[in-house]
Write a protein that binds this ligand. Sequence first.
Ligand SMILES: [Zn+2]
Length: 220
Amino acid sequence: MANSKQSSETSRDMGSLSGELSDSSNGAQKSGKVDQPRIERAVREILAAVGEDPDREGLRETPARVARMYAELFSGLHDQPERHLRKFFTEKYDEMVLVKDISFNSMCEHHMLPFTGVAHIGYIPNGKVVGLSKLARVVESVSHRPQVQERMTEEIANLLIQELDVKGVAVVIEATHSCMTIRGVRKPGSVCVTSAMKGIFRANLSSRSEVMTLIYGNRG
Ligand SMILES: [Zn+2]
């Protein structure tokens, strides 16, 4: 059982991570499986449907541009996020590992509009530890698909349980949804916060409040 008082906070500076494989691959490279010509036809159709002329000069390249953009934004559909957690190493360390402020962008599946924000992932290992950037890769993979924030939060937590058999995992996501800020209720500045607490973080109030303090502690 980890002593929560001694938990260490890991720097979020992703540039200074050591022991990390130089894994330059990312989901966007998997975009070959996205049917871009089909997206182009659909975008052309939408432009015509809203009353535009898809053949006017400024719009001529738009369907192809949108197709490339969607291939990137939905590249996670062709990735298996769990693969990033399979490069773990065995370590006796059993205090909290926390990576804060992993920025992400995703697409709300209800409106196909972006939501953007940060994810914080804390876990207490059970013999298996992953390179810190792997957690960022998981966030990237899970976010680059049609999503809802609540499910994304759960998915990340469940992946750590499945793949690393962690003693506890806490995932907190804060995001701004453009479907709330530019349309509908139009509430700019509103931030949606979701959290998933599993294992020790669910069972033990002091572990839970500790991770929340580490996430939010240094904010005014
Ligand atoms: Zn939405």
